[in-house]
Design a protein around this ligand. Structure first.
Ligand SMILES: Nc1nc2c(ncn2[C@@H]2O[C@H](COP(=O)(O)OP(=O)(O)OP(=O)(O)O)[C@@H](O)[C@H]2O)c(=O)[nH]1
Length: 312
């Protein structure tokens, strides 16, 4: 059984303080004798943030694109390579400021199907100044992206509190509490917080590495805000029944994806489900990954999904 690697995902809008936090966390792990590695994603063609990370820290970079869209496939590959080459205890993934963590979680869920990884936390850094401005001035795409980043977090760091008055800190904090009722909120200046507070609970865990029982059905456990559940599909299913099942998924499930074999067409399909829309793409069997369905969302009943899928 290979070693379990803990993953922390750092999210937050452009310039909120992610790299500042990352350097603090690396120093902390260094003092603890924990081998940490970094996977950095930058929209630009050079990794400017990487310059601040120590020379001896194992690091991979994803440049010229965002984890959640253009370099998506690459993300899993680089993380895999980082683990193979350096066998780190923990990997910090810093996403670009415009990444939607839902998409990155999706990628991690996929990787967890064949690598022993454990998502320990989704830490979102919030720029108190920027958000208080947006709250006062109105909404827009940035506002909505920030909301998404905040909603997905298992921990929120309310950073740059030095740039706003106490009243504004409170206003922003109320908005955070409203959008994410579960994640603890830690106010900070330059992300200076007790690193022990960051060491979280498991959000996502690989089944094979932790459970001996082959017949055990669920692979992924959730804490805090997001729940990811992986269900191995044991045989072909009827395409109409499966599509009806997807359409009837509870609203808490934001995303579902996986590989399914249909009994009525005898083909394998990759399915995607997002915002009530289902999409199927015919694929040639890869051989490596079995049929599986992954569900991501706010806490939902895993048992209900299991019984529906098992009776299909
Ligand atoms: N005043 C103030 N400045 C801060 C604080 N935290 C970080 N900064 C500064 O804000 C700038 C951006 O910080 P970074 O840590 O690079 O932010 P980032 O989220 O990694 O930025 P991107 O990679 O562009 O998304 C840097 O100049 C930091 O020194 C803070 O609490 N207060």
């Amino acid at each position: 059984m290979s070693k379990m690697t803990s993953i922390y995902l750092l999210s937050g809008f452009l310039g909120s303080g992610k790299t500042t936090l990352l350097t603090g966390m690396m120093e902390y792990w260094n003092t603890q004798g924990i081998k940490a590695a970094v996977l950095m994603n930058e929209l630009g063609e050079v990794n400017l943030d990487g310059v601040v990370v120590g020379q001896d820290v194992p690091m991979k970079e994803l440049l010229s694109g965002c984890i959640c869209c253009t370099v998506r496939g690459d993300f899993g590959y680089q993380l895999h390579e980082l683990m193979e080459e350096h066998e780190p205890d923990v990997v910090l993934v810093e996403s670009t400021g415009v990444a939607n963590p839902m998409e990155v979680l999706d990628e991690l869920a996929e990787l967890s199907l064949y690598k022993p990884i454990e998502l320990k936390g989704v830490i979102t850094v919030v720029d108190a100044y920027h958000l208080s401005e947006l709250l006062a001035k109105g909404k827009g795409p940035t506002f909505r992206l920030m909301q998404d980043q905040i909603r997905c977090a298992s921990l929120l760091i309310l950073n740059k509190t030095d740039l706003v008055n106490l009243e504004d800190v409170e206003r922003v904090r109320e908005a955070l509490e409203d959008w994410n009722k579960r994640a603890p909120i830690i106010p900070a200046i330059r992300c200076q917080i007790d690193p022990a507070l960051l060491i979280g609970n498991t959000v996502l865990q690989n089944k094979e590495a932790t459970e001996d029982s082959r017949e055990s059905d669920g692979s992924v456990h959730g804490h805090h805000h997001m729940l990811v559940y992986t269900h191995p599909l044991t045989g072909p299913v009827d395409s109409y029944a499966f599509e009806a099942f997807l359409q009837a998924l509870p609203p808490e499930i934001h995303r579902a994806k996986g590989i399914v074999t249909f009994s009525d067409t005898a083909s394998r399909y990759l399915f995607q489900f997002a915002y009530r829309q289902a999409e199927f793409t015919k694929i040639n069997p890869q051989g490596e990954i079995g049929d599986v369905a992954v569900f991501i969302g706010e806490p939902f009943s895993k048992e209900q999904l299991q019984s529906k899928l098992n009776s299909m």
